[in-house]
Design a protein around this ligand. Structure first.
Ligand code: GLA
Length: 380
C-alpha cells in the first residue's frame, strides 16, 4: 500500500474519520560533516523519503499516537512528568514539550504515522519525525506563528533534552527548509543560508547503506563534540569556526593527540564546504568529488567516525571510478553518499553489492535519491 493510504486508513481504523496529513523529509549532506555544532558550514538537502503523519486534535489533554512501522501505540499527557517509555514516542513528546516551553500551544491529539526514511542509515529519520510533528502542531494549534528556524530548533532541543543526542542543527534545518532540486548552504554561526540549484545532468547521488547499525545516542557522537569544545576553550574562542591550523598547531602540545586530530578535521572540513559550493556553481564535479574523498579520509582517520565496512565501500567506489564518495552523517555505520556519472551507475551498484556481499555476507541496500521539498502539509 502506498504510504499515504496506509497512514490515512490506519487513522480511520484506530480513531475513526480523518485528520490532516503532513510530511517531512530525511536528508542527505553533500559535504560539511560535524561542522554544524562547531559553528561552520553544512550543505544538505531534503530527499524524497519522508515521515508522514495524519493528525487531529482530540479535545482532551492526552496525545494518542500509533507508529505503523513499529506497530506500537503510546498515550501520554503533556506535562514534563508524562514522558513516555518508548524511544520513538519520546521524539513526539519532546516536540510537544519544546513548543510548550517556548510559550506555544499544544493540546491533545490523535495521530498515526509511517515513513520510508530507512532507520539508522544516517538519513535523519528522527529529524524527519520531529520536523513533521513540529510543522503539524504549529499549523494545528499555533496558526503557523512559530517561524521555520524555530521549528528546526524545537527538533534539535528534542534530541538534546529527550533523546540524549547533543546534535547540531543540520538535520532538522534540512528537513524543515528543504526545497526541490536545491541544496542549502547553511552558516551554522549566523544561521544565514542560501539555496544552490542541484540537478546535475550527468551525475546522480547514490547512497549505499552498509546496514551497520547507526545509533547516535549510543555512539561516541557526544564525545566528538566534547573534544571540539575543549579545543575551542583552549584557544579562547567560542567555536572552531574561528580557528585555523596555525592556531591549532600553536596549542598542539597542550591538548591530547586525539583532540588535535578531531579539531584538525573540523578546520579542514569547513573550508571544503566553501570550495565545493564554488565548484558546483562552476559545474566542476571533479573538484566536488575530490573534496568528498578528502572528507571521507578525514572522517575515517582524524575524526574516527567511520568503520571497516564504510571504508571498504569507499575503496570500492574509488576503484570503480566514482566521482566522489564518503561516509555521510554522524557516522559509526549507515551510508556512503556517492556522486556517480550516469553511465557508471549500474556497474558501480553491481560491483559494490557483489564485493560487499563476498566480504561481509550480506548485500548493502542502495537508494537513489532526489532532492525534494522539506516539511509540508498534504491535505487541507
Ligand atoms: C548527525 C547530527 C548532525 C550533524 C551530523 C554530522 O546527523 O544530528 O547535527 O552533526 O551528525 O555532520
Amino acid at each position: 500500500m502506498e504510504l499515504k493510504e496506509k497512514v490515512i486508513s490506519t487513522f480511520a481504523d484506530r480513531f475513526g474519520g480523518e485528520g490532516t496529513l503532513y510530511a517531512s523529509a530525511g536528508r542527505i549532506n553533500l559535504i560539511g560533516e560535524h561542522t554544524d555544532y562547531n559553528g561552520g558550514f553544512v550543505f544538505p538537502g531534503a530527499i524524497d523519503k519522508v515521515i508522514m503523519a495524519d493528525i487531529r486534535p482530540n479535545g482532551t489533554d492526552k496525545v494518542r499516537v500509533y507508529s505503523i512501522d513499529i506497530n506500537d501505540y503510546a498515550e501520554f499527557g503533556l506535562n514534563e512528568a508524562d514522558a513516555p517509555e518508548a524511544s520513538w514516542a519520546r521524539y513526539i513528546f519532546g516536540v510537544c514539550r519544546e513548543i510548550l516551553k517556548r510559550g506555544g500551544k499544544v493540546e491533545g491529539f490523535d495521530a498515526t504515522f509511517a515513513g520510508d526514511v530507512p532507520l539508522g542509515a544516517g538519513l535523519s529519520s528522527s529529524a524527519a519525525l520531529e520536523s513533521c510533528f513540529a510543522f503539524a502542531l504549529n499549523d494545528l494549534f499555533n496558526n503557523n506563528s512559530i517561524d521555520k528556524f524555530e521549528l528546526a530548533r524545537i527538533g534539535q532541543s528534542t534530541e538534546h533534552n529527550y533523546c540524549g543526542v547533543n546534535c547540531g542543527i543540520m538535520d532538522q534545518f534540512a528537513s524543515v527548509m528543504g526545497k526541490k532540486d536545491n541544496l542549502m548552504r547553511l552558516d551554522c554561526r549566523s544561521m544565514e543560508f542560501e539555496y544552490f540549484p542541484f540537478k546535475p545532468e550527468d551525475h546522480k547521488l547514490v547512497l549505499i547503506d552498509s546496514r551497520v547499525k547507526h545509533e547516535l545516542a549510543d555512539s561516541p557522537y557526544n564525545k566528538r563534540r566534547a573534544s571540539c569544545e575543549r579545543v575551542a576553550k583552549r584557544l579562547g574562542i567560542e567555536t572552531l569556526r574561528d580557528a585555523d591550523m596555525a592556531m591549532l598547531d600553536a596549542v598542539k602540545t597542550d591538548i591530547t593527540a586525539e583532540d588535535y586530530f578531531r579539531a584538525k578535521f573540523v578546520i579542514e572540513e569547513k573550508d571544503r564546504v566553501l570550495k565545493v559550493c564554488d565548484a558546483l556553481v562552476a559545474g566542476d564535479y571533479d573538484t566536488v568529488g575530490r573534496c568528498m574523498y578528502e572528507t571521507h579520509a578525514g572522517l575515517s582517520k582524524d575524526y574516527e567516525v567511520s568503520c571497516e565496512e564504510l571504508d571498504f565501500l569507499n575503496d570500492v567506489a574509488k576503484e570503480c571510478g566514482v566521482t566522489g564518495s564518503r561516509i555521510m552523517g554522524g557516522g559509526f555505520g549507515g551510508c556512503t553518499i556517492n556522486l556517480v556519472k550516469n553511465e557508471l551507475i549500474p556497474s558501480f551498484i553491481e560491483t559494490a553489492k557483489t564485493r560487499f556481499n563476498e566480504k561481509y555476507g550480506h548485500e548493502p541496500k542502495v537508494y537513489e535519491v532526489i532532492i525534494s521539498d522539506g516539511a509540508h502539509k498534504i491535505t487541507e
